[in-house]
Structure formats: C-alpha cells, structure tokens
Design a protein around this ligand. Structure first.
Ligand code: 6GU
Length: 228
C-alpha cells in the first residue's frame, strides 16, 4: 500500500463532499478508472488534508501579505508545519512541494518517487509559500513550463503517474512486458483501430485483420515513430 497525503486549501477539488476516494459518496478525479480501482483494491491510499484545519485563529487564516510588499498573498508557515506534523509518517516518506519553480516532473521522476511508501504533496496557491516552509520539505516539483493557479492539478498528475508504478495498478491489458508496449517515451506508439472496419472511407489496414501475429508485430514496429 502506497500512501499519498495531499495538503490543499481546496479539498473539494479532489473529492467533492469527501468522495469515494476519501471515504464519502460524491465524485471527483480519483473516483474514476484506474485510480478508483487502485484505491478499491487497497493498492494505494489517498488522503486529502484541508490546510484550514491546521489553523489556530478563528478565521482559519492560511495566507497573509508578504513582508516588504508586493502583489498577492502567500501561504503562511505555521499552518503548514502544523499540518506536516499531524500527518502520520510511514517508514519512507517524501515531502514534496508543488511549485512552478520546482524540478520538472517526468516519467523518470515518477519511477523514482514510486520507491517511497508515502508522498506528502503540498499544494501551493496564491503567490507561493513563506520561504521558511522550505526547511520542512524534501524537494520541489513542477509539472511543466507554464503557470497554474495552484499545485492541485500538479498533485493529481504526480499522484497518478506515481501510482501507475505500484504493482497491480496498471492491469494486464496494458502489460509492461509486451515489447510493443515497452513504455519507451522516445517513441509514439503504433496506430490502433477498432470497429467499424471502414469509417467514411477510412479503412482498417488489412494486415490487422489477417490474424498473422508475426506480420502484425512487424507492421506495428514499422509504424512506431521517433518523437520530436
Ligand atoms: Cl507544481 N504549480 C503551479 N502553480 N504551476 C505549475 C506547477 C505547479 N507546475 C507547472 N506549473
């Protein structure tokens, strides 16, 4: 069982009214497809933590204006440290801050992070975090060179990409051992077709209907393209 603990000021993004992904009955992203199955089979566990629950003032303040001035608000250090303390740590835990200035996430990073028992994912909002939060994290991760309003989408991306490396999460129909399915991201996979055999003049290549598996394999290899 691999555990993901996502810390956010918008828990509803992940589980409206605490959906099945977090033990309730409404729905959100992780309540579908491979992620839903992985949770149901107890291969992974995803906990969503509302940062506002770690505040001490009556207004549940999580953000404040930066010293020295400047636009926007930043996430305060105290609620975050309090939250990190309250999340029970597994043996091998990694605390990750999702931030656009972080190290670029890719398939290799996903494989690396899959080696931990637990990932704590801190979602930023506003103009970022109080710099003193950095002492409490292990690394910063970004999902690409563009700016998002917050780390929540990035946390979803990281969670799914890492979860796919947990044995049993990706089913046999996508078995990693079939060489034509070798997840070599330098290549674009061969084109695939399903019914109907002919669609508005576009026909399924004859070879795929031949039943000749050796020839089909050869054809598919020939159709794989190097990615730009
Ligand atoms: Cl992790 N956060 C934000 N706010 N924007 C991003 C990102 C993260 N990764 C790419 N853009």
């Amino acid at each position: 069982m691999k555990q993901f603990d996502i810390v956010t000021i918008f828990p509803g993004i992940f589980s409206a009214k605490g959906g099945p992904a977090s033990g309730g009955d409404s729905c959100c992203y992780f309540d579908y497809g491979i992620m839903r199955q992985a949770i149901k089979k107890k291969l992974i566990k995803i906990n969503i933590h509302d940062l506002r629950k770690s505040t001490t003032d009556k207004h549940h303040t999580v953000d404040d204006r930066p010293y020295g001035g400047g636009p926007g608000m930043i996430l305060m250090v105290e609620p975050i440290v309090k939250m990190l303390k309250s999340i029970k740590k597994k043996k091998k835990t990694r605390v990750i801050m999702l931030a656009p200035e972080g190290k670029k996430f890719d398939q290799r990073q996903a494989e690396r992070l899959a080696k931990y028992d637990q990932l704590i994912l801190l979602c930023g909002r506003y103009e970022g975090f109080d710099a003193r939060v950095e002492k409490y994290i292990d690394e910063k991760v970004s999902i690409g060179d563009y700016v998002l309003a917050g780390g929540e989408l990035a946390a979803m991306v990281v969670t799914e990409a890492v979860a796919r490396h947990v044995p049993g999460v990706v089913g046999h129909e996508h078995a990693l051992d079939d060489e034509t399915f070798s997840h070599d991201l330098d290549y674009i996979e061969y084109p695939q077709y399903s019914r109907p055999e002919s669609y508005k003049g576009q026909k399924v290549p004859k070879i795929l209907l031949s039943g000749n598996h050796a020839e089909i394999k050869k054809w598919r290899q020939s159709k794989r393209k190097k990615r730009k």
